[in-house]
Design a protein around this ligand. Structure first.
Ligand code: DX5
Ligand code: ZN
Length: 225
């Protein structure tokens, strides 16, 4: 079920920009509008300066998201993510994404994610060249290309991401989702789609607007999702 969901282009609303006092309602709004991938940004105050959320919040959404046929896409912006994988899997994550830059043991970390039964995602920050993925391609179920520097919502899309996405698409085996994250809205999403992206994280362009369900729908329409 999980991998099938990602076979077609999808918008993944990022709860980072949501109103945490009404988190469940906010997630309900976007799922009612059709969202089936909910993106959770975990930050540790080391890999990136902010501290955000952990397994407790992921776990609090699991029944709601799974009950509506959705998946939890957990983006770990934390150092040595391999030490935390079991906790997030236990909390109900369906996909766990680790950063290339956050551990010397990327291959091990990706394998550790798969061993929990979750999909294994690999994320690259804007400064990391696309070609580094060559030796871990067999371990990757999803490739996340950061289109801003990780750490904050509401930043401007980095233009160099477009040729980088094209290169990543060339390197990735067919069918592996290519996720973009940062500065994604109804204008940048179709450009990334053109360059080969299939999964579109949107935080402020969804939850930073008065009607998150409608904003979700506008981006989904823009990518044909
Ligand atoms: C930033 C996070 C993103 C963030 C994107 O480091 O990884 O998922 O929520 O926010 P927007 O869509 O506002 O750029
Ligand atoms: Zn993210």
């Amino acid at each position: 079920m999980q991998t099938q969901l990602l076979r077609q282009p999808r918008v993944a609303p990022s709860i980072l920009s949501s109103d945490f006092a009404h988190l469940s309602d906010q997630v309900g709004d976007v799922m009612d509008a059709g969202a089936r991938v909910i993106h959770c940004d975990v930050m540790d105050g080391h890999f990136v300066p902010p501290i955000t959320l952990g397994p407790l919040i992921v776990g609090s959404l699991a029944d709601q998201v799974h009950g509506a046929g959705g998946i939890l896409d957990v983006h770990l912006m934390i150092e040595r993510p391999e030490h935390q994988i079991a906790e997030f899997a236990k909390a109900g994550a369906d996909m766990i994404t680790v950063h290339w830059e956050a551990t010397p043991h990327v291959h091990y970390a990706l394998k550790a994610v798969r061993e929990t039964g979750c999909m294994a995602g690999l994320a690259l920050t804007p400064a990391t060249p696309a070609d580094v993925i060559a030796d871990v391609l067999d371990e990757v179920d999803n490739l996340l290309c950061m289109t801003v520097n990780p750490g904050w919502g509401g930043q401007e899309f980095i233009e160099h991401s477009i040729p980088k996405l094209q290169r990543l698409r060339e390197l990735l085996p067919e069918g592996v989702p290519l996720e973009v994250d940062g500065g994604i809205d109804a204008t940048t999403a179709p450009r990334c789609r053109q360059a080969g992206a299939t999964l579109f994280v949107a935080g402020s362009a969804v939850f930073g607007t008065p009607d998150p369900g409608k904003s979700y729908q506008e981006i989904a329409d823009a990518i044909g999702g």
